[in-house]
Design a protein around this ligand. Structure first.
Ligand code: FAD
Length: 384
């Protein structure tokens, strides 16, 4: 599969939008400037300076679907016309206080209802546990798990999973920093046991940059076989590498992250192989922008005679990134969903600044986006 065909992938962008897109990814390659820009935005937000327009017309426009579900509709329709679905992600993270948690819960319910009616069976909903509980509580899960507050959270999670199940959709639980992930995994596994009796309704996220995740995957399959359950896995490499390493260094403890990128890549591909080998139990959402992993897995599916429309296999890339991968896969008939954050600019700011920092930390990936955009601009010039 050739991901260098940019015409179809970028056909939704006007020449003006292409130029702005190119400028954005060019700027994201200057790490020091990105760090200064991010610090400025976060400070300006704290001081309540009027940055809404600046953020909305730049980062937000490229990485988020809209501020409300209504605003996302035209983007969703454009994607749908090209055979690409969307996973609407209410862009709140690390929310604090019961008022904020209750509000996030209600917005998640609204999002699931919207996805169920507008997308129909097979839709995906997604949540971040740090938006529904305190980081501190997740971090100290063993002492928190039997409190009334944790019961409230469990009740909310069950309501969301019930809603996804009733609409014949699935619910993805995002993975976060390793020090809160133990609590997130425990709560997600409880849900999987309750809801994954006949199919994978609830998906756990495995970050394969962690060296303990392959053992967890093997354990999940063993337990699911014993208990006659299905498993949904969202497979990612992991987004918090720098934070994880900094914390391990500060505490003088070993880092939970593989030592090299090659080790993470090998673990990611080994996990995909394992999921495929246990396909009687495992559904997998292949969440990556990595061309090699994607190509390799596509070849494996085809070699095994598995239909591109088999509901156990879904590919997903973030909205605003790797469109040539998403649209080429969709053109070839595979199930592809863009992971699309939405919500008020102020709520999306942590996600957007993380996007900017991650892109600037991985020069390769920001470069790859920039190369695709430049290739499409050159193709359009030649066509004129
Ligand atoms: C649909 C979708 C959903 C996602 N959901 C989550 C989520 O819930 N939780 C989460 O944490 N992330 C999530 N991510 C982000 C993901 O974890 C990666 O950060 C991002 O996709 C980049 O990895 P890649 O596989 O796309 O590509 P690549 O560019 O091939 O890989 C980059 C990744 O490799 C790893 N890496 C880079 N350098 C090194 C090194 N020196 N040593 C070890 N490892 C290294 C890091 O994980 C880095 O992010 C999601 C991504 C997508 C596309």
């Amino acid at each position: 599969m050739d991901f260098s065909h940019t015409e179809f992938a970028f056909s939704r962008l006007s020449p003006f939008q292409m130029r702005r897109y190119a400028l954005l990814f060019q700027l994201l390659q200057y790490r020091a400037w990105v760090q200064i820009g991010v610090a400025f935005l976060l400070q300006a937000h704290k001081w309540k300076l009027p940055i809404h327009r600046l953020v909305k017309r730049n980062l937000f426009q490229y990485f988020c679907g809209g501020e409300t579900l209504q605003e996302c509709i035209s983007v969703l329709e454009t994607l749908r016309s090209k055979g690409v679905g969307a996973i609407l992600d209410y862009a709140a993270e690390a929310q604090s206080g019961e008022v904020a948690h209750a509000r996030t819960f209600s917005l998640l319910q609204q999002t699931l209802a919207f996805c169920s009616t507008s997308m129909g069976p097979g839709f995906f909903g997604v949540l971040k546990l740090s938006a529904l509980s305190e980081m501190q509580e997740l971090e100290n899960f063993d002492s928190w798990k039997s409190t009334p507050a944790c019961e409230t959270l469990r009740g909310r999670l069950r309501q969301l999973a019930t809603q996804a199940e009733a609409g014949q959709g699935s619910l993805l639980v995002d993975a976060e920093e390793s020090w809160v992930q133990g609590g997130i995994d425990a709560l997600t596994l409880e849900l999987m046991e309750a809801y994954n009796e006949t199919r994978a309704v609830v998906y756990i996220t495995l970050q394969m940059y962690r060296h303990d995740r392959m053992a967890l995957l093997q354990q999940l399959v063993r337990q699911a076989t014993e208990k006659n359950r299905y498993i949904g896995i969202k497979l990612v490499r992991g987004a918090y590498m720098e934070k994880e390493r900094a914390r391990a260094d500060a505490q003088g403890s070993p880092s939970p992250i593989h030592a090299t990128k090659a080790d993470t890549d090998a673990a990611y591909e080994a996990a995909l192989d394992f999921c495929l080998a246990h396909r009687d139990r495992v559904s997998v959402l292949v969440a990556t922008h990595n061309e090699i992993s994607t190509q390799r897995f596509v070849h494996q599916l085809l070699a095994e005679g598995i239909s591109p429309q088999d509901s156990r296999y879904t590919f997903s890339q973030l909205y605003g990134m790797s469109d040539p991968i998403s649209f080429t896969l969709a053109q070839a008939g595979f199930r592809v969903f863009k992971y699309m954050p939405y919500g008020p600019v102020a709520d999306a700011l942590p996600y957007l600044t993380r996007r900017a920092l991650e892109n600037s930390a991985m020069r390769g990936s920001a470069n790859r986006e920039y190369q695709w955009i430049r290739a499409e601009m050159a193709r359009r010039r030649r066509a004129r």
